[in-house]
Design a binder for this molecule. Structure first.
Ligand SMILES: Nc1ncnc2c1ncn2[C@@H]1O[C@H](COP(=O)(O)OP(=O)(O)OP(=O)(O)O)[C@@H](O)[C@H]1O
Ligand SMILES: [Mg+2]
Length: 399
């Protein structure tokens, strides 16, 4: 009976206690296996509190996907700001994702709006905005810890590098004044991109760099264990299930992937009405997702970037080879555009996007060898199955 069914569903206790603790935005109070890194940061920035305005520390955090860079930076910033407040220092931690705020102008605007929320978008150059920020900070006697996250998205373009020059120059220009802005740069592999900067910019940063290592299965277990206690009812996630997740995710050392597997396995269990999250749900979850398919990254892409990726995935799915040519992908892109009633963009634009995807590790590119006619760019995918990428994009485009 339908009535019984409803009563049954309503009386059923969810296996989740609080699912929000599995969300990617949640930053836990305690970050197992990153205590040492947090301490190093606090040591590096403590002059912001003990001698405000005298120095402007700069630090770089680097490391592979899902190794806790963002989580550590956010937790660190919150603790530093709280400690500063207690001592009467007006310090503001501002976390900016460079994947979303793609230019120095947008970064400055975001900083300025922290203090002047209604500041208009139009009418000022980036340089002017920076000056207004400094004037505002001087007037109100405030300090900023500026965290530029996913900075690799930024540094590959010359405008991205400008912001580093501008912010490092501030230190020299204001030698006898209060230093207002300190920097924490975060990225997967900044050293190689920073290598193109001049020595003075580089040397100040290289001295203060922290490299986060991939998490081992043991570390992942400690991380997940705390998350399970927050997110699930007692005892519903079997220990074997946790170990399986950790073994799978340890291949990448990626805590985000581990948490995603846990979350998906939990949802599977809930969906079929199981009282326990058993290992089989993890195997299913693993087949449905891949550590490189980060929804938040793909979601923010403009439609045509998605269409181009979809074209690459389709082209790659149809062939035996690991790589396809740029020309073939472009042809497929035009077909895909037709399908979606979109006017295709020009070659130069597409070319830029491909470079962008390659820089961010979404696509692999290489030059064709001498065997092929002429020299052409070849496009591939690292270890992400083309079909999975295709399905994932189709879903995103439909939404
Ligand atoms: N030591 C830890 N303890 C608890 N949770 C962690 C820890 N490290 C990472 N996490 C969690 O794992 C997820 C991924 O971590 P985070 O976003 O900090 O990775 P990241 O290094 O910034 O990755 P990316 O390079 O993709 O930006 C987040 O949900 C975060 O809360
Ligand atoms: Mg991050």
């Amino acid at each position: 009976m339908f009535h019984d069914f409803i009563e049954d569903e309503l009386s059923r206790q969810s296996i989740f206690r609080a699912e929000e603790f599995l969300s990617i935005d949640y930053v836990p109070e305690h970050l197992p296996h990153r205590e040492e890194e947090l301490r190093t940061l606090l040591r590096g920035f403590k002059t912001l509190i003990s001698a405000p305005g005298r120095t402007s520390p700069r630090f770089v955090i680097e490391g592979p996907v899902g190794t806790g860079k963002t989580a550590v930076a956010k937790r660190f910033s919150e603790e530093l700001v709280t400690a500063a407040r207690k001592r009467g220092v007006r310090l503001h931690g501002i976390h900016i994702n460079c994947r979303v705020n793609k230019s120095p102008f947008l970064v400055y605007l975001r900083v300025l709006r922290e203090f002047r929320p209604d500041f208009p978008r139009r009418g000022h150059s980036p340089e002017e905005l920076l000056q207004i920020i400094l004037d505002t900070l001087d007037e109100q006697d405030r300090y900023v810890l500026l965290i530029l996250d996913e900075f690799d998205y930024f540094i590959i373009n010359p405008r991205g590098q400008e912001i580093l020059y501008a912010l490092t120059r501030l230190v020299d220009d204001r030698l006898n004044e209060q230093q207002r802005i300190s920097l924490l740069l975060i990225g997967r592999d900044l050293q190689s991109s920073l290598g193109t900067l001049d020595y003075s910019t580089l040397s100040t940063l290289q001295h203060n760099s922290l490299r986060f290592q991939k998490y081992s299965a043991v570390a992942l277990y400690d991380i997940l264990h705390e998350r399970v206690a927050l997110a699930f009812q007692d005892g519903v996630v079997l220990d074997d299930t946790l170990h399986l997740i950790c073994d799978i995710a340890a291949e990448y050392g990626d805590a985000r992937y581990a948490i995603e597997l846990l979350c998906r396995a939990g949802k599977q269990a809930e969906q079929v009405g199981s009282d326990y999250v058993v290992p089989e749900f993890v195997r299913k979850a693993k087949a449905d997702t891949h550590p490189e398919l980060r929804k938040e990254v793909f979601e923010s892409l403009p439609l045509h970037n998605k269409l181009l990726l979809l074209a690459a995935a389709r082209q790659l799915r149809g062939v035996q080879d690991a790589y396809v040519t740029m020309g073939d992908v472009e042809d497929m892109y035009r077909t895909v555009c037709e399908e979606y009633n979109q006017a295709p963009r020009a070659h130069t634009q597409i070319w830029e996007w491909v470079q962008d995807f390659a820089a961010h590790g979404i696509l692999d590119t290489k030059k064709s060898g001498p065997g092929q006619r002429g020299q052409t760019t070849l496009i591939g995918l690292s270890d992400l199955p083309a079909e999975m990428l295709e399905q994932f994009l189709l879903q995103l485009i439909e939404e």
